[in-house]
Structures are given as C-alpha cells and as structure tokens.
Design a protein around this ligand. Structure first.
Ligand code: DGJ
Length: 746
C-alpha cells in the first residue's frame, strides 16, 4: 500500500522513499518530509519545526501562539499573509488583489494514474502506482485547487502537478501556478544544474546554496540549452555513488522556472513549473487549468542512482510506441556531408556507400524542398524541389531503399520563411506584434501554433510528406527561439497565454502526427539540443543531443545529459575529422567510442573516407550492432567526469548483470603517466567475469570477480611511457580511448 492516510496526514511510500504531507492548523498544507523511506506512523506531528519567538507580523489567530507561515514548511505556498518566500500560486482576483487562501477540503486516492489531457506525462497502470489527489479550496474566490501526487510501488519517484477550477461567478487570472514545491528543513546542499548554449549544451555545474533565491528558467519559448528544466540538490559530500540527492525535472518543452530559495531560517524551498514571466491565464467560471507534470526523485546513493530512477521511469513510463524498447537503427545523416548542396544522384550514391558499410537508415536533412538552397527561403513549402530531386520524394526514397537502406527525412514544421508561398498566403499565421518591428532569427519566423488552423495545416502537410516519402524516420527540427510573441486571436489582457498556447498547440500536432505514423521513428531537434526535455521524449523517443559532433566536446555534453536522460534518447553521430564545429582532428576510434553511447549514427560523406577508414568503420558498425541492445538499454554508470580532468570513463551493464561494456577516454597524452585504476559499478559481486583484448598479435584472456572489479578496480592497460612504442603500446598520442567487454563466465 503506497499511500497511507491518518486523519489529516498523508504518507506516500515508494520503493525506498517516503513523502509526507500534513494539514496545518490554518488548513494549508505542510510539507513534512521527502527522503529515505520511514515506517508509517499515525502521527508525524513531531517533525514540524519548533516555533521560534512569536513574530511581530501576521500571525494566524489560532490557539498555538506564534503560528505563522513564515517558518512553516509548506507544500503549496501562497503570497499575501505571513509567508514572504517564493509562492507556488499567484491569482489576481477581480478586485485586483493577489490574495488567495487555499485550505484543505477533501482528498481521494486513485488506483493508477489519471491522464493529463493535451500534455505529456508519465503513465502508469492500476497495479503499479497510486495517486493522491488533495483538493484545496478558496471559498472567497470560489476556486478549487487539486494537488496530484503519484507514487510507484517499485520506484523512487513522486510525480506532481496541480489543477485549478473556477467554481465561482467571476473570472480570475492565474499569474503563477507551479507544478511542485517542497520545503526542506535545512540548506546543507549543493545545487547541480545543466547549463550551456548552442554546441555547448548541458554542461554540469555544481555550487553550494546561498541565502536568497537562485533561479533557472527559460523565456525563449523552448525549454532551451541555457538551463535544462532540471535541478538537483545534493549533500556536499554526495558523489556519483554515495550520498543524498533530490532531483527535479519538468515534463515541459517551453518556458519554465525552477528556483531554489534559502531563507533566513536556513531552510530551503525547491520549486518548478511554468515560468510566471510573461504568463497570465484568464480562467473563466467553469473552466480548469492544469500545470505540466514535475518529476521528483530521491536517491540515497548519489547521482548515478538518481539518474537510474529518471532513465528507467522515462524508458518504461514516458517514451511510448513501437520504438520504446526497440533497438534504434544505425543512421547516416547528410547534413555535414553536403549541407544544402546535393541532388538526387549525390543522395543515392551517399546512401549506397553508407549501406555498404552496414548503415541501416539514410536521413535526408535540410534543403530538399522547393527553392531551399540556403537558410533564407522556403520553410513552409513542404514539397520536393524538382531541380534537385526530379523524381520527387517518392522516386528518391524508392531508389534509396533499392540500396538496401531505409529512408528518413528532415522537417522544420513550426517555422516559415518570409520568402515562401505559405507566408505569402498566410501572413497572419506568424507570431509577431504587428505594431512593432520583428527580430529575425535564422531568416525565419515562427508559426503561431496556438491557432487551430495552423495546427490542422501542419498535421495535414507533414502527414503528406510522410506519405509521399514513405519515410521510416523523421528528424523534427526547430531552429529559432520565440520573440515578439503576440497572437491576433487573443485580446490585449490575454497575451500572457500565447507562449503556453504555442506549446499546447505543438503537443496536439505531435500527438496527431506521431499516432498517425506509429511505425516511424521520430527524433526531435532544436538547433541540436535546445529542446531536450521529457516533454519532447513523450512524443519522440530520441533527441539530437547537440549540433556539436566533436567527440571530445560530446564527452561533456553526453555526460551532462545522462544525469537525467537515458542513453537511447541521445542522438550521437561520428562526424568527419577535422570536426566542423571545432576544427579538431581525432582518430576514428575515439569518435566511435564516444558516439556509441547514444542513438548511434554518422554525419559525414562516406564517399570521402579512404579505404583504411572504410574498413575500420565497417568493423565498428558490426561491433556496434552486436552490442546495440546493451549499449542502448543497459544501465548506464558514470565513472570519471570530463568536467574534472583529462579523463572520462563510463560503463553500461545489462539488467541481468551478465555483461558490461566499459569505456575510457584520455583527451590529451600525458608523458610518463601514472597508473590508472577505476572501480566498476553495477556488476554482480558473486559472478566471475571474463574479459579479452588484443595485444599486438595475441589475444589476452583474463578473469575477475565482480567484487574485485567493483571494490579493487579495473587497471587500465599501460599508457605510452614516452620512450619506445611497441606493438603492445596502448594510448599513444592525444584523443585515446578504449572499450572493454566483461562477460559473465558460465
Ligand atoms: C539544425 C540541426 O541541428 C542540424 O542538425 C541541421 O538539421 C540543421 N538545423 C539544418 O538546417
């Protein structure tokens, strides 16, 4: 039984976690506890903070002297009485006041998890999870607020969201309605966040909490690469393997806000939800508004365990459809091979050459539609350019498939170029403030996906592209942020709805298209990783992690991304050397070893490879296919962080612990380097594992106990010492890497 209730106390239990809520004296909710599992008790009253000196301000006129929200740990705080920290809810009443007082009204426990209409959310069956719905009420406003909490019996996560109903007779406006907020009893944490920019996405930053409010957000209309909609609070001593960590992620693809507030009494408030900035939603009588869903994870064994909770939840209960557990094809994308400069013959010969190497899917990127020879024109006109592709998409895709390789295609449906038929026909379909100049972004404008007509048009036209090309894969791109946001469909006082309506419209389009083409593999992209979030993963099981294909840079980007998102969700490609983003020259082995920890593929012209490289690539692809299931769906462990030095290591273990792949990367050569031993993770201590590797012309076989490898460690074979290079020399020069397979001995 994962949810216990006693009088006015609620205790949610997951596999190793407890989440406790109580009703406070004034009817608001107390956040009593979130952390390692505790046995249920009839009363957790003793966990409440001891009141300090009675304060001079706004005490509630209740029996117990000194009761104030100023130091109460709250579950869903509001502004206007005695709490001056960040509120979770801000409603503007018709009188213009920002006051609300939502108090406990009723609750119910639901088997399973109610669905969230129109937005992505975790799903769960009746036997797997339970949902607590607490309804609060503000009688003056005539509004009801549902707080929903789902807990899975066998997981360490709590899913939270809120829903408000206007049962009164007047409209009110919602200026803020967060998905989740918790108050922790101390501030002895460091915050961990994933920040970056284009081609530098999701770099890990960690810093001690300080008094005041620390905010991560997006105002860009996408979840954005500036800060992923994720934050973790880790105890200062917590590592990848040990210590307490709380992780918080939002299943949403647009403007969000996450905040960590340390107050004057050294307690911490953690919150996430829609960004209140530029948000104002009018709720008319009888209407309901729902927030996106937040995912709260608790780990008592460091960051790896937190990541496992996210990975496994997203793999099992967020990503859907035929590709959910299916091995992803090895693809080759022509973007870095040709950019806009290709034609039918070039495409078919790249596809043929890729197919000979063992590649399974050819993806035609940007530039295939009418008049699109650079990025200044044609977005919106989704018919094949007859000059480049005289046989159309149909003829092209047939001929590609004749080369024994599947066909996939790139689209950027949310955008329109000024120089396009679509814009000429529907200048009113874009997001722009007509009385103001419009800021260009990659020479394109954003369609107003809040409009039903625009949504219907996209569903039809992109559906036609898929039918004509019979594509088995789609790369759904989105290459600019939202500026001068305005909708001519809404009155002046409702312009604060536009950003969220855009995302709701996008979700409707994605739901329709992905359900109409259930066998197509969809990959989301936004100039690389500008919209890498769980909202997009709900519709599309993988995301193009970054436009940066440099293998060294990818170590950081993939390491950071793996904090929250599973390996199978990260598009990762081997590209040409010198790399197009950094100019760096790296060996093909290093590029391969970095890209295989992802949805693997190539981003280069295979016809430009010399014979030796082709031979190696073909062998690498065979090796990848052999290990694909393990690589994409095993349990991923980070071992050495690229953010802390010259080396990186990670590994992946099968769920039955019978096999594992360990990868080690040394970026720059070190003269006369010291020895290196890494402790492996996730193996069975009682099993014996065999490893074999090539040394010169001989094959070396060794056996180790799982306990040896985890407690004593795996010794990296010697590095080049700076004197004689022999056949046995490993790690010679810069950008060296190795991949070892450990297999249980039967
Ligand atoms: C941005 C993407 O991230 C690239 O991979 C490529 O598809 C270009 N857009 C095409 O314009």
């Amino acid at each position: 039984m994962p949810i216990y209730t006693h009088d006015r106390q609620f205790h949610l239990q997951g596999q190793d976690i407890s989440y406790i809520i109580r009703v406070l004296e004034n009817g608001q909710l107390e956040h009593t506890y979130f952390g390692k599992k505790v046995t249920d008790r009839a009363s957790f009253t003793g966990l409440a903070p001891f009141p300090n000196e009675p304060l001079g301000n706004a005490n509630f006129p209740l029996k117990e002297s000194g009761f104030t929200l100023e130091w109460a740990r709250q579950e869903y705080p509001s502004y206007g009485t005695s709490d001056f920290r960040e509120p979770a809810i801000e409603i503007v009443e018709k009188q213009g006041t920002r006051l609300s007082h939502f108090v406990y009204h009723r609750h119910q426990i639901i088997k399973g998890k109610p669905s969230l209409d129109g937005m992505p959310a975790v799903y769960g069956e009746k036997e797997e999870c339970e949902t607590l719905q607490i309804t609060l009420r503000d009688p003056i406003m005539g509004a009801e607020l549902d707080l929903l909490y789902t807990v899975f019996h066998q997981r360490n996560v709590v899913l939270r969201r809120s829903e408000i109903r206007n049962n009164g007779t007047d409209s009110f406006s919602i200026d803020r309605l967060m998905s989740a907020s918790i108050d922790l009893p101390d501030h002895n944490y460091e915050s961990i966040q994933l920040d970056g920019a284009w081609i530098r996405e999701r770099h890990l930053h960690r810093s001690a909490l300080k008094p005041g409010v620390h905010v991560l957000d997006s105002k860009k209309g996408v979840s954005s690469s500036w800060h992923n909609p994720f934050v973790a609070l880790a105890r200062p001593h917590a590592t990848e393997h040990e210590g307490e960590v709380i992780g918080l992620n939002l299943i949403y693809s647009g403007n969000y806000r996450a905040s960590v507030e340390v107050d004057t009494y050294d307690t911490t408030r953690l919150m996430i939800g829609l960004n209140p900035f530029d948000f104002k939603w009018t709720l008319e009588p009888g209407k309901t508004f729902s927030t996106p869903e937040a995912v709260l994870v608790y780990s008592d064994q460091g960051l790896n365990k937190m990541s496992h909770s996210f990975h496994s939840l997203y793999n099992e209960y967020l990503i859907r459809g035929v590709w959910q557990h299916k091995e992803r094809p090895v693809l080759l994308n022509n973007w870095e091979a040709t950019y806009f400069d290709f034609d039918h013959d070039k495409v078919t010969s790249i596809a043929a050459s890729a197919s000979e190497l063992g590649v399974e899917l050819f993806v035609l990127d940007d530039g295939w539609f009418e008049g699109r020879n650079d990025d200044t024109t044609s977005l919106g006109d989704w018919t094949a350019d007859k000059k480049k592709l005289p046989k159309g998409l149909e003829g092209l895709s047939d001929e590609v498939r004749d080369r024994q390789i599947q066909f996939g295609i790139w689209v950027e449906p949310e955008m329109v170029s000024e120089e396009s038929n679509l814009y000429r026909q529907h200048p009113d379909w874009i997001l722009r403030a007509p009385h103001r100049p419009h800021t260009p972004g990659r020479n394109q404008m954003v369609l107003n996906l809040g409009k039903r007509d625009v949504q219907d048009y996209l569903i039809e036209v992109i559906g036609n592209v898929l039918k004509d090309s019979t594509a088995s894969y789609v790369k759904w791109d989105m290459n600019r942020t939202l500026t001068e946001v305005f909708s001519d469909e809404l009155p002046a006082n409702r312009q604060g709805e536009v950003m969220h309506r855009y995302i709701l419209g996008l979700y409707r389009v994605l739901e329709e298209i992905t359900s109409a083409f259930p066998h197509v593999l969809f990959e989301s992209c936004a100039s690389g990783g500008n919209r890498f979030d769980p909202g997009m993963l709900y519709y599309m099981p993988q995301t193009w992690t970054s436009d940066n294909t440099d293998a060294v840079e990818r170590l950081k980007i993939q390491y950071g991304t793996s904090l929250v998102y599973p390996v199978s969700s990260m598009g990762a490609h081997v590209s040409a050397s010198p790399n197009h983003q950094t100019g760096r020259v790296t060996p093909i082995e290093f590029r391969f070893h970095s890209a295989i920890f992802g949805a693997f593929g190539y981003e280069l012209d295979p016809e430009e490879m010399d014979d030796v490289t082709r031979e190696k690539v073909s062998e690498q692809i065979s090796l990848f296919k052999k290990e694909r299931k393990l690589l994409q769906f095993g349990e991923f462990y980070r071992l050495i962080s690229p953010f802390e030095g010259n080396d990186t290591a990670w590994m992946i273990v099968s769920h039955d612990q019978s096999e594992a792949l360990v990868a080690f990367y040394r970026v720059l050569s070190q003269p006369n380097a010291g020895m290196k031993r890494i402790r492996l993770c996730g193996l069975n201590p009682d099993k014996i594992y065999e490893i074999e590797w090539q040394e010169g012309s001989s094959m070396i076989h060794r056996q180790y106990g799982g306990d040896e490898l985890m407690n004593i460690g795996w010794q990296i074979p010697p590095f080049f010492t700076g004197t004689v290079k022999t056949e046995q020399t490993h790690f010679y020069g810069d950008f060296q890497s190795a991949l070892w397979k450990f297999k249980e001995m039967k």
